[in-house]
Design a protein around this ligand. Structure first.
Ligand code: F6R
Length: 237
């Protein structure tokens, strides 16, 4: 991977936004893979500040919780609409989130079909969880996995409880793009910030390829940019 170390999340967001801008200038109907959580927020902010015409851009969220009522403010459908579609001026009908149809049984296959129909993902923005997940592919996920229902690791529920009223309110399941889905994206941009991510960033980039560290799968991808701040880079050799 190409590893870029920057002082802070704001600088990382500028670099990621620049990569997205280059893509969209070349391909106005580019297909973006969209992470949620805290990590991509500076990227969206930096991209919004560029005032590009992104109305032709298509998007596929990485994942969605299972079991939240439609319209719940912490559902990734709502988060993507609020934090990405609105600020960037994307066209709502072009931005997809897993299980949008509400039919969980077919959500995984439906999503793979939709991604294929769009011609595949050009650039996938990724965060990384302390469990080593990308998307919500928790430890044990197959490197070949496609979009499917998964159980969230307890560590992930604890980490995401900050978005909910209580730990009990955090869903136990999700639908997530698989590691195989992520590998098929033509380009990956993985971001990580803060000391809490330093250990897992080192494991993912420099450790063995293992399903115990799902993010290690990015070592198999030929076009990966990893943008980390000094703190998240502190465990690298
Ligand atoms: C979010 C996602 C997760 C997050 C990861 C990091 O769509 O798929 O992999 O990227 O949990 O979360 P933050 O950025 O909140 O630290």
């Amino acid at each position: 991977a190409e590893v870029v170390i920057v002082p802070d999340a704001a600088a990382a967001g500028e670099i990621a936004a620049h990569e997205i801008e280059k893509l969209v200038r070349r391909k106005p109907d580019a297909v973006l893979g969209l992470a949620t959580g805290s990590t991509p927020l500076t990227t969206w902010a930096a991209l919004a500040a560029r005032h590009l015409d992104l109305t032709g851009v298509r998007g596929f969220a990485l994942d969605e919780y299972v079991g939240l009522p439609v319209g719940h403010p912490e559902s990734y459908r709502a988060v993507i609409d609020r934090e990405v579609v609105g600020p960037l001026g994307l066209t709502p009908s072009l931005v997809h989130v897993p299980a949008d149809s509400g039919r969980i049984e077919t959500a995984g296959d439906d999503y793979e079909v939709a991604i294929d129909a769009a011609g595949g993902i050009d650039l996938q923005v990724l965060g990384i969880g302390r469990t080593g997940h990308v998307g919500f592919n928790e430890p044990g996920s197959s490197f070949a996995s496609l979009t499917r229902v998964k159980t969230l690791a307890q560590q992930t529920r604890i980490d995401n409880a900050r978005f909910f009223d209580s730990l009990e309110a955090v869903p136990t399941h999700c639908v997530t793009q698989g590691l195989g889905t992520i590998l098929r994206a033509r380009r990956l941009v993985l971001l990580a910030f803060g000391e809490a991510k330093a250990g897992i960033v080192a494991d993912a980039l420099e450790g063995p390829l293992t399903a115990s560290v799902p993010a290690s799968v990015i070592q198999l991808h030929p076009r990966v940019m990893v943008i980390v701040d000094d703190a998240a880079a502190s465990g690298l050799a």
